[in-house]
Design a protein around this ligand. Structure first.
Ligand code: FAD
Length: 358
C-alpha cells in the first residue's frame, strides 16, 4: 500500500492554491494527481484486497464536495478515473481485477472512462458510436468514443460498444496501441486541463478474457458504479457552488448589500448538500438523484452569476475568479446530464418551473 504523506486538509489547501493556474495554463495537472496519490485519495475506489482503502459512499461524496471546492478540474479528472476503477472493481472478471486494481491503487497505472455514448451522448443517432463484432475468442471494437477525459495520459480506457444484436460489452482497452487513436485534447469553455479528447477505435481486438462485462442488454444499467447524473456529479456541482459562495462572502464582507443574497444562496447550498446525503442513505433512485442534480445545477449557475454581477466589470476581465466560476458552472449543464435533468434546466430557463419541480 502506498504511504500516505499528505493530510486531506493539506491536499485541499494545495489544490486550491493552484486551481486558478490550472485553469489558465490548461496543462494536465500532473503535480495535482501526484498530490492525490500522496494523500491516499487514489485508494478510495479500490477494494482493500487489491491495496485500496475504500471510502464509504458518504465519505466519497463528502470528499468530492471538498475536493471540487478546492479544484474542480482535478476533481473531475479523479471522478473519471474512479469511474473506470469502479467498473473494473465491479467486474466478475477476477484475473483482470487482480491484474489492474493493485497498480491502479498505487498510481502506477492510470485509467479513465469513455462511456457517454452508451448513455447521454449520440443517443439520437440511429447507429451505435462504437460497434463490436465477435471474432473467434474475442471482440473487435470499431468507432468513435466521443468523450474521454485524460485519454492521452491513460494506460487503460474503460469503454463499451454494441453488438449487431443490440447487446453491449464493456472492456478495459489498453490505450497505448496504434489502433487506439487519441485525437488532440479539446479546447473547452472550462476544464481544458482535463485533456478531454475523442478516441477512435480502429478495429481494436480484445480477448474474451479481457472483457469487464457483457454481452448484455443496457450495460450501463448493470453494476453499482453510478451512471449519468449520479450523486457524485451533484457533489461536484455543490463543491463548485461552495467555492463561488466563499468568494461572494469575501465580496460581501465589504459590501453589506450582498450579504442577504450570499446568505440565501449559502443556505440553499447547505440544504442541497444535506439532501444529497439523505438521498444516499435512503437509497438513491434515478429520479431522486436527478432531482438533486437539477437543484445543484441551478444553484451553481445562479451562484456564479451572482458572483459575476457582484464583481461587476472587473469580474468580466479574463483571469478574474468570477469568470472561472461562471465558465465552470456551465460545465454542469452538459456533463453527465440525463434527459430529465436537461429538461429541468430548460424548463427553468423558460421560466416555467423551478428545478425543485422535477
Ligand atoms: C468537458 C467534458 C468532459 C467529458 N468527459 C467525459 C468522460 O471522460 N467520459 C465520458 O464517458 N463522457 C464524458 N463527457 C460526456 C458527457 O458526460 C456527455 O455525455 C456529453 O456532454 C453529451 O454531449 P454530446 O454533445 O455528446 O451530446 P449529443 O446528444 O451527442 O449531442 C451532440 C449534438 O447533436 C445534436 N443533437 C442532440 N440531440 C439531438 C436530437 N435529439 N436530435 C437531433 N440532433 C440532436 C445537437 O446539435 C448536439 O449539439 C464529457 C463531457 C464534457 C463536456
Amino acid at each position: 500500500m502506498p504511504e500516505t504523506r499528505l493530510t486531506f486538509d493539506d491536499l485541499l489547501a494545495q489544490l486550491a492554491a493552484h486551481a486558478q493556474q490550472v485553469d489558465i495554463e490548461c496543462t494536465w495537472p500532473t503535480w495535482q494527481v501526484g498530490q492525490l496519490a500522496a494523500a491516499g485519495v487514489l485508494q478510495w475506489s479500490i477494494p482493500a484486497e487489491f491495496g485500496g482503502a475504500p471510502a464509504t459512499a458518504d465519505v466519497l461524496l463528502a470528499g468530492y464536495v471538498r475536493l471540487a471546492r478546492a479544484c474542480l478540474t482535478t476533481t473531475f479528472i479523479l471522478t473519471q478515473r474512479n469511474g473506470a476503477c469502479q467498473r473494473i472493481a465491479d467486474s466478475a472478471n477476477e484475473p483482470l481485477r487482480a491484474k489492474l486494481l493493485p497498480a491502479l491503487a498505487c498510481g502506477d497505472l492510470w485509467a479513465t472512462v469513455g462511456i457517454s455514448h452508451l448513455s447521454t451522448s449520440r443517443q439520437h443517432q440511429g447507429t451505435p458510436a462504437v460497434r463490436v463484432e465477435k471474432r473467434g475468442s474475442g471482440y473487435c471494437f470499431s468507432g468513435e468514443v466521443p468523450w474521454v477525459t485524460g485519454a492521452a495520459h491513460a494506460d487503460y480506457i474503460v469503454t463499451g460498444g454494441t453488438l449487431a444484436d443490440g447487446r453491449q460489452v464493456l472492456a478495459a482497452i489498453p490505450a497505448r496501441q496504434p489502433r487506439v487513436r487519441i485525437h488532440a485534447a479539446m479546447s473547452l469553455l472550462a476544464l481544458t486541463a482535463s485533456h478531454t479528447a475523442e478516441v477512435e477505435l480502429d478495429a481494436v481486438e480484445i480477448d474474451e478474457r479481457e472483457l469487464l462485462a457483457g454481452p448484455t442488454e443496457q450495460i450501463m444499467q448493470a453494476g453499482s458504479s453510478g451512471g449519468a447524473g449520479s450523486l457524485a456529479t451533484s457533489a461536484l456541482a455543490i463543491g463548485a457552488a461552495q467555492m463561488t459562495l466563499e468568494r461572494l462572502h469575501h465580496e460581501a464582507s465589504a459590501r453589506l448589500e450582498l450579504l442577504e443574497v450570499q446568505a440565501s444562496l449559502a443556505e440553499e447550498c447547505a440544504q442541497i448538500e444535506r439532501d444529497l446525503y439523505q438521498v444516499l442513505s435512503s437509497g438513491a433512485t434515478g429520479q431522486t438523484a436527478g432531482e438533486i442534480r437539477a437543484r445543484a445545477n441551478s444553484l451553481v449557475l445562479r451562484s456564479s452569476q451572482a458572483l459575476l454581477a457582484a464583481s461587476k466589470g472587473a469580474g468580466f476581465v479574463a483571469g478574474h475568479p468570477a469568470g472561472r466560476a461562471v465558465r465552470e458552472a456551465l460545465f454542469f449543464l452538459v456533463w453527465s446530464c440525463p434527459q430529465p435533468v436537461l429538461a429541468a434546466s430548460l424548463r427553468e430557463f423558460a421560466g416555467s418551473a423551478a428545478p425543485q419541480q422535477f
